[in-house]
Design a protein. Structure first.
Length: 225
């Protein structure tokens, strides 16, 4: 595993810059755009994810406007990162409303984390790896900075299990990405495994596996599958 001093250059620099611009543009209206789904399902799924986070040292990747901050367990210390400065501005405002949450907010690229190896006990992300330009690289970086035996907690929308519908998602993916910076046909479960995590839990939260809750563990030794 490479050390953090070798991983500070972003993978896919043009795509990364595109993602930063896209989320800077969306920052002012992002919460409003997601409000219906937040009330219908997302807030319930966020609570479910954070109930499983133990810490005490936690990294949140892609904090966005800080929607997860209300669900942080009070006993953990969270370092929360995002690529977009304008999204972070909003996250800071939300964090100020929850002074009992222990959170540090930093601008950083998930593909090029600047933390030393084995820094965190848990890593969490919600609806993030659909927009990381090189998701496997981002997940490898998350693995690197997690201690052996530590866990990854994800909420992700991804390519559905149905091949017929999945092929349509594949066709639409480039257009949706150009318009929004989001990929709708990512195979995130497979990407988690490719990055070296051991998948422990995969729960479908939406029909066809469109949204899933994943929990994975960092192996405790190189021989562990």
């Amino acid at each position: 595993m490479s050390s953090f001093t070798q991983n500070q250059v972003s993978a896919e620099p043009e795509a990364t810059a595109f993602a930063r611009r896209a989320y800077d543009r969306l920052a002012a209206c992002y919460d409003l755009l997601e409000l219906p789904m937040e009330w219908l399902a997302f807030r319930r799924w966020r609570r479910r994810l954070w109930e499983g986070v133990r810490g005490p040292r936690v990294l949140e990747i892609g904090v966005g406007t800080g929607k997860n901050i209300p669900y942080y367990p009070p006993e953990v210390t969270v370092t929360a990162i995002d690529l977009s400065p304008r999204m972070l501005e909003r996250a800071r405002r939300r964090a100020a409303r929850f002074p009992d949450r222990n959170v540090e907010l930093l601008e950083m690229d998930a593909q090029a984390l600047t933390f030393p190896d084995d820094t965190f006990d848990d890593v969490a992300a919600t609806f993030v790896f659909c927009s990381v330009p090189d998701p496997v690289q981002g997940l490898r970086e998350a693995l690197r900075v997690t201690r052996p035996g530590g866990r990854l907690h994800l909420l992700e929308h991804m390519r559905v299990r149905s091949e017929r519908i999945g092929r349509w998602m594949d066709r639409l993916d480039p257009l949706i990405y150009r318009l929004t910076g989001v990929h709708i046909a990512r195979r995130t479960t497979e990407n988690v495994r490719k990055a070296g995590w051991v998948l422990e839990q995969e729960v479908d939260l939406a029909p066809g596996g469109l949204v899933r809750h994943l929990v994975a563990r960092k192996p405790t030794n190189q021989q562990e599958p």
